[in-house]
Design a protein around this ligand. Structure first.
Ligand SMILES: [Zn+2]
Ligand SMILES: [Zn+2]
Length: 316
């Protein structure tokens, strides 16, 4: 299985000289099995370039099928979808998977993306695109097969909830854990938390218990993974200021990878204000931290265009 990063940013796209090396596009990761099954995780702005690349293959003649797993429907994970070229060619098929909501069907969430007055090419809605598009709603611990790829899910700790995915094929696995807060201080559900509560004070036992279950689920999902892609948007100081925004620090990713016995970690969902030099520094610090705790983990910072071949078990 091969993994390629098409967008590695959180929140919003940030092109420009300070983000040239790691890239400015929002979240999008592609995995392909040796048999050619193509699974895309998240459709931030990175999916636009991936779509153009796919149009050089069978999607150009309308004979392509792709599977899109959505972690959650915050803008930075779906905003590229209307610009995904394979959607606009008859015959192509796109299957979209995301967590079931209580209030609105998944199809309605995606269709509202291209409603007036948000989108210029009226009346193109997802209902009217040329490709066949289907939606599958998932439970928190769903596990299913897409051709030769096994997909498993776990719930994450994020405002309005997000889903982590593990893909296993060709004797290798990749686990995508974005977006999530640590499982210690705040329990996020379907609500916006306007003010940060005092950390580690007054968290009800029921919430703590739920966070423990959620954390165990994520550790199990990452167990023995060849690559864990983890939301490490926050520095330690960011987290102190904004624990209620629902993101993790590199130290949180290290803890999960250690318990799960993962082989590689990709720092992911970089903050929009983070320059290339700052991402370099965070990567160096995270490697040093891992060495300090005796953790044997290959750590990289995800950048646009990075390919990770999980079938070759050696160094990148
Ligand atoms: Zn995000
Ligand atoms: Zn989010």
């Amino acid at each position: 299985m091969r993994v390629r990063f098409w967008g590695v940013r959180g929140s919003l796209p940030v092109p420009g000289p300070n983000t040239e090396r790691y890239g400015g596009n929002t979240s999008c990761v592609e995995a392909r099995s040796a048999a050619g099954t193509r699974i895309i995780i998240d459709a931030g702005t990175g999916v636009r370039r991936l779509g153009r690349e796919m149009m050089r293959e069978e999607f150009e003649s309308g004979r392509g099928t792709a599977h899109l797993l959505i972690s959650h429907t915050h803008w930075d994970h779906i905003q590229g979808l209307p610009f995904f070229a394979p959607l606009h060619r008859s015959g192509n098929k796109l299957c979209v998977y995301a967590r079931r909501r209580d209030d609105v069907h998944l199809r309605a969430v995606f269709e509202s993306q291209t409603d007036q007055p948000y989108f210029p090419i009226s009346p193109i809605s997802l209902e009217q695109v040329k490709a066949g598009i289907s939606f599958r709603e998932l439970d928190d611990s769903a596990a299913f097969q897409i051709a030769d790829v096994r997909v498993s899910c776990a719930r994450l700790n994020h405002p309005y909830v997000a889903t982590a995915y593990r893909l296993s094929a060709d004797g290798a696995s990749v686990t995508y854990v974005s977006d999530t807060a640590p499982f210690s201080d705040i329990l996020f559900e379907n609500q916006y938390i306007a003010q940060p509560p005092p950390l580690r004070v007054g968290l009800p036992e029921a919430d703590r218990a739920q966070l423990r279950v959620m954390r165990d689920g994520v550790v199990r999902l990452c167990e023995g993974s060849d690559l864990v892609i983890y939301d490490t948007m926050f520095t330690r100081d960011d987290y102190i200021r904004m624990p209620h925004y629902g993101h993790s620090r590199p130290s949180d990713a290290l803890e999960i990878c250690r318990e799960a016995g993962a082989r590689r970690l990709a720092l992911f969902h970089h903050a929009p204000e983070r320059s290339d030099a700052e991402v370099d520094t965070i990567l160096d610090e995270t490697r040093a931290q891992a060495a300090e705790i005796g953790l044997d983990l290959d750590i990289m910072a995800a950048c646009e265009g990075l390919d990770v071949d999980l079938d070759h078990r050696g160094k990148l």
